[in-house]
Design a protein around this ligand. Structure first.
Ligand code: ADP
Length: 299
């Protein structure tokens, strides 16, 4: 019996958001709105999204010993995430400085801070957490060698879900462990390199499978998702419910968290993705990332 459906290993950031009339040019100063501070980071977002749906969820991450770290721990606990694996100290909490103009275009500076100090030794020290999870979900806002250590430390039979964001070249041992690799269009094309082998998401998924993952999921925004499994090699399109999109921030994280949770319950990839697109669609209908994630009842 596993203690957790899902262990998320990833980043936790404070998103510092200021609305501006115009984003500043080099050397320019502009005045903006009051500062809004939101809990964010792909790891923290996924853990909150899964826990709100009812998944027994734990987070392995690192925050600073500061007010942003406490904000992140508080939002995790409020969602029901087990935070025993959240390490504190070593560097300031990761921060994203975000300016948004009236058209919704933004400019973002990220300081990884404590996320860059989540090291392979931290993964080894969290062996009991790794052993207690059916599914482990990781992203790339933490060091790549830490992601590789997660792959090496996973319990036999546990399943790895990887969203390579921000996209970076992945070692073969990491690619081979993905079941699935979850990518949006941009991530798919970046990982495949300059010349994608075809124009359709089916072509990309097939080419991604050739890199080693056992399965691939390509998210397609309002069009939903495509799943492809190396064991069956057939692609399945999963349409999204049609909604009025207000803010797509964090939708991919909600999708991936929901998918990972359903896989932990033993569901096959297509029905798991069918639930995940509903969660992703719900997340775009209200503002923000973590604040927009539905509970099972709201879904
Ligand atoms: P990312 O947010 O990582 O760029 P996508 O844009 O593909 O990834 O969105 C991820 C998921 O969020 C989609 O598979 C879908 O379920 C949901 N989603 C995103 N945008 C919309 C939209 N406009 N309408 C409905 N669902 C959406």
């Amino acid at each position: 019996m596993h203690a957790y459906d899902l262990l998320v290993v990833g980043s936790a950031n404070a998103d510092l958001v200021i609305g501006v009339e115009r984003r500043p040019a080099p050397g320019e100063t502009v005045l903006g709105s009051d500062l809004a501070v939101h809990p964010g980071g792909k790891g923290a977002n996924q853990a909150v999204a899964a826990a709100r749906l009812g998944a027994r969820t734990a987070l392995l991450a690192r925050v600073g010993d500061d007010a942003h770290g406490r904000l992140l721990l508080e939002s995790q606990r409020a969602a029901g995430v087990d935070t025993a694996g959240v390490l504190v100290g070593g560097a300031p909490t990761g921060v994203a400085l975000i300016t948004v103009d009236p058209s919704g275009d933004n400019s973002i500076v990220v300081s990884p801070g404590a996320n860059a100090r989540l090291l392979p030794a931290d993964v080894r020290a969290a062996g009991s957490l790794l052993a207690a999870a059916r599914v482990v979900s990781v992203q790339l806002e933490i060091p790549l060698e830490t992601v590789a250590e997660v792959v090496r430390g996973m319990a036999p039979g546990a399943r790895l879900v990887l969203n390579p964001s921000p996209p970076a070249p992945l070692p073969a041992e990491v690619l081979a462990a993905c079941d699935p690799l979850v990518v949006n269009e941009h991530e798919a094309l970046t990982i495949l390199g300059e010349q994608p082998p075809g124009a359709s998401p089916e072509d990309w998924a097939r080419s991604l499978l050739a890199l080693g993952p056992r399965s691939v999921v390509v998210t397609l925004g309002a069009a939903g998702a495509l799943v492809m499994d190396s064991r069956t090699d057939s692609g399945v399109r999963v349409p999204s419910p049609r909604v009025d999109a207000v803010d797509t921030t964090g939708a991919g994280d909600a999708f991936t968290a929901a998918l990972a949770w359903r896989l932990s319950l033993g569901e096959e990839l297509p029905p798991a993705a069918a639930l995940a697109v509903r969660v992703g669609a719900a997340a775009v209908t209200t503002r923000g990332a973590q604040d927009s994630y539905p509970t099972a009842a709201e879904l």
